[in-house]
Each structure stands twice: as structure tokens, then as C-alpha cells.
Design a protein around this ligand. Structure first.
Ligand SMILES: Cc1cc2nc3c(=O)[nH]c(=O)nc-3n(C[C@H](O)[C@H](O)[C@H](O)COP(=O)(O)OP(=O)(O)OC[C@H]3O[C@@H](n4cnc5c(N)ncnc54)[C@H](O)[C@@H]3O)c2cc1C
Length: 415
């Protein structure tokens, strides 16, 4: 191994929401941290439930970094649900600035990592290198992690993704400014929700509408597919959105948002010297594709574990193991298994039943559905939410859910 140009306690590779939030939390615990990432603004529209991110270490008050905030969220399966639970969309520039304010950045790309007993040395595209006691992969894709095992809900899920096609427009009659439309599974032309979807033959893979009006007066209208393998074609989503809106506004839109969130991969092998965080570590909710709140919520836990391990002199593989244990505690690995079982059942539902599913899901007590939507909810609470939905469902939905592979019903019934 060659001599590194520089060294720190922790090198975080990647400056997305995950990398910056972890670096911010490490920094505030007195850990010498440096973030390696090329200059790159965040383009995606990042939303989260307010109470999930309210208490997070954000570097500034939550309300100072929002592009929009709503007290009511609208979900439409067959019926309309007005959920009295706050939702926020981040102002990316302000959030990036707040999280990164105190953090030292290296504007570079990591090409690889080499390890000795005590250190990891990152090779950088500029030709220089950075040595750290611990390297974190927060690259989104996990390029520095040695190995991603076969998908948890079956190898057939490798290559799946959630996709969406969105337009930022001035205003839209499809969006009510005072509510955040999280999902609307109906289509105006269809007699019943999901019975027919725009641009496709009746009963084809269902997609939903997502829309919000922001404080700057702009409006996002988006057609979204849940996880699918192969991913739902973005051009088809564009056609469906145009059919829903009555016209394709792409040419006059202020911006176009093309969403592709790779999903369906199993958790990384949690034994590697480089430790994953954020989407790179599988912090993508298997059903919703969300990961920002998951990363923000985990950052203090993981930073505290790393700071404590460094303080008590842990080095090399032991330090990495302590960090992995905080990234994915055993109980949250079990939580993940329940989420994957839920997804396996959901993706096999006929399109016409997706609306029923979400009607029942959002009719559960708030703490139940809200818990299911977090990646760090204790496994027994996620199981209770799934059992609650199963109990509420009518017989036809129950039968479909029960026939999902992997013995969902048996697992739910087991103590
Ligand atoms: C359009 C869109 C909308 C989304 N909306 C939401 C939402 O509303 N809510 C939600 O929770 N989630 C949402 N997601 C999903 C998810 O939260 C995002 O994918 C999120 O960006 C993941 O954060 P991350 O920090 O883990 O990875 P990323 O945001 O992918 O950040 C990775 C960082 O690593 C850097 N990098 C990559 N390789 C290297 C390398 N070799 N060396 C150095 N740096 C490197 C990149 O430049 C980048 O800075 C959305 C995703 C998309 C694409």
C-alpha cells in the first residue's frame, strides 16, 4: 500500500442526504470526518412525514429548509382519505447547506478502497488518496461495498425499480394547494379505480398520481409506479400523466422529474470493511422507495456508535463491525424481512385490488400505518400493522394476500 496524502477518523464517500447527514452527526460528536464527493446539487423532490424528521439532527430548524409543508395528506384508493398527519418537502439547497455547513469536503470521486489492519485508503480520481480509520459508502449505489447478496424476496427481484414521470408546472386543477396528494389510484376515465389505466389496456399495471403545490407557486404533477420488475417504462408513465391531465405539458413545463429508484436488492453483506449508509446500505423502504427520512433518523444512532467505538480504541474490522451493527441492528433486519414480505404480497395483487389495499392500509390507526412506513419501526409493530390490515380486509383481498409466496399468512399468525 502506498502512503496516503491525508488521513481522518472517518471518510464518508457521497454527499447525498445520507452522506451529509451522517457526516454532520459525526462532526457534532467531535469525530474528524471528511466527505468525498463531486460537486452535485440534489435534483430530486424529497418528501417525508413531518413527525418522522422533526427531531432529526438537521443543522438548522426543519421549517427553515422546506419547499412546502402540509397538515393534510390525501390518499385515494377507491375512496378518499384525508390524513391529518403533517408532510414536508425539503428545499434541497437549504438542506444541503445546513447539513454540510461544518463538514470538510473533498471534491473528488472515490475509485476504490484498500485496507490494512488499522486503516482504509481511498483512491481518488484526482490521483490523490485519503486514509481513514473507517470508510463509509454513502454513494447511493454502494459501489465500494464488496458484495450485494441475492434479493431478499427472491432473486427475480434483482433489477426492479420504482419509476415516475413528473412535471413542474405553474398550477394544475388536479392539485389542491392545501393538501399533499401522496397517491391517487383512480383515473378519471375509468369506471372504477385501476379498472382501466390511461395509455394501456384495461387491468394493466396500475400507477398512481402524486401532486403538490409548493410555496414558490410551482406545482409538481407526477405519475408513479410502485416497485416493478422490470421497472415500469417511463415513457408509458409520461403518456399516462398526459392522459390524466388532458394534455402532455412536457414542452411548457418548468422542469421534468424522471424518477428511477433501484429497489428489490437484499441488504449488503454486513461484514465488509467499508460500511454502507443510506441507499447504499439498503435504506430504501421496500414498498415506498423512500429513504431520506430513514437516513436522517439513523444518522445520530450510527454516529454515536462510531464515536463510542473510536473512543474505546476499536480499529479495523472491529470498528467496521460496530458501525454495521448500528447501521443494521438485528431487530431492524427483522423489520426489513416483514417489509419485504409485505411487498411480495402487494406486487402480486391484481391491479384492480391495489386501491382496496391502500383503502384498508390508510384506514388502520395512524400509528400502525405510520410505523409500517418507517424502516426503523420494531419488527413486532410492523407485523401488527400487517396483521391489522389482513384482519380488516374483505375475503377476496385476504385470499389474494394469503396466497403470496413465502407463507405470509403462516408467518403473520405465528407468535
Ligand atoms: C427523483 C427522485 C425522487 C425521490 N423522492 C424521494 C422522496 O420524496 N422521499 C424519499 O425519502 N426518497 C425519495 N427518493 C429516493 C431516495 O431517497 C433517493 O434516492 C436519495 O437520493 C438517496 O440518498 P443517498 O444519500 O443514500 O444517495 P444519493 O442521493 O444517490 O447520493 C449519493 C452521493 O454519492 C456521490 N457519489 C456516487 N459515487 C461516488 C464515488 N465513487 N465517489 C464519490 N462520490 C460518489 C454522488 O455524487 C452523490 O453525492 C427519490 C429518488 C429519486 C431519484
Amino acid at each position: 500500500m502506498t502512503m496516503a496524502d491525508d488521513h481522518v477518523d472517518v471518510a464518508v464517500v457521497g454527499a447525498g442526504p445520507a452522506g451529509l447527514s451522517l457526516a454532520h452527526s459525526l462532526q457534532s460528536r467531535g469525530v474528524a470526518v471528511r466527505v468525498v464527493a463531486p460537486e452535485s446539487p440534489w435534483h430530486a423532490t424529497y418528501g417525508a412525514w413531518r413527525s418522522d424528521v422533526d427531531g432529526c439532527e438537521l443543522g438548522a430548524p426543519l421549517d427553515s429548509m422546506l419547499r412546502g409543508a402540509w397538515d393534510t395528506v390525501r390518499v385515494v384508493g377507491h375512496g378518499e382519505h384525508l390524513l391529518r398527519r403533517g408532510y414536508v418537502v425539503f428545499d434541497n439547497e437549504r438542506m444541503q447547506r445546513a447539513l454540510g455547513a461544518e463538514v470538510e469536503m473533498v471534491r473528488d470521486t472515490a475509485l476504490g478502497a484498500e485496507h490494512d489492519i488499522e486503516h482504509t485508503t481511498l483512491r481518488l480520481a484526482s490521483g490523490s488518496s485519503l486514509q481513514a480509520r473507517l470508510a463509509i459508502d454513502a454513494t447511493g449505489s454502494g459501489v465500494l461495498l464488496a458484495h450485494r447478496a441475492v434479493a431478499g424476496i427472491g432473486a427475480e427481484n434483482v433489477g426492479g425499480a420504482q419509476t415516475a414521470y413528473g412535471l413542474v408546472v405553474g398550477s394544475s386543477p388536479h392539485v389542491q394547494p392545501e393538501v399533499f396528494t401522496l397517491m391517487d389510484w383512480r383515473h378519471p376515465d375509468a369506471e372504477s379505480s385501476n379498472a382501466g389505466v390511461p395509455g394501456s389496456k384495461s387491468g394493466a399495471h396500475a400507477t398512481f398520481f402524486y401532486g403538490a403545490c409548493f410555496t414558490d407557486g410551482s406545482t409538481l404533477v407526477e405519475e408513479t409506479s410502485l416497485y416493478a420488475r422490470p421497472p415500469h417504462d417511463i415513457d408509458d408513465l409520461r403518456r399516462r400523466l398526459a392522459a390524466r391531465l388532458g394534455s402532455d405539458f412536457t414542452d411548457t413545463a418548468r422542469a421534468v422529474e424522471r424518477v428511477h429508484i433501484p429497489m428489490g436488492r437484499s441488504l449488503p453483506a454486513r461484514t465488509t470493511r467499508v460500511v454502507g449508509f443510506g441507499a447504499a446500505a439498503g435504506y430504501v423502504h421496500p414498498v415506498t422507495g423512500y429513504s431520506v427520512a430513514g437516513s436522517l433518523r439513523a444518522a445520530p444512532r450510527v454516529a454515536s456508535a462510531i464515536a463510542a467505538a473510536l473512543q474505546c480504541g476499536q480499529r479495523g474490522a472491529d470498528l467496521s463491525q460496530s458501525a454495521w451493527q448500528a447501521v443494521w441492528p438485528d431487530s431492524l433486519v427483522r423489520t426489513r424481512a416483514w417489509h419485504e414480505a409485505g411487498l411480495a404480497a402487494l406486487v402480486r395483487l391484481p391491479s384492480a385490488m391495489i386501491g382496496d389495499f391502500f383503502d384498508e392500509f390508510f384506514s388502520l390507526p395512524t400509528e400502525m400505518w405510520a410505523g409500517y412506513l418507517r424502516i426503523d419501526t420494531p419488527p413486532e409493530q410492523v407485523r401488527a400493522a400487517m396483521l391489522g390490515l389482513f384482519t380488516r380486509a374483505d375475503w377476496s383481498l385476504r385470499l389474494k394476500l394469503a396466497s403470496a409466496p413465502g407463507g405470509l399468512l403462516r408467518a403473520l399468525a405465528a407468535r
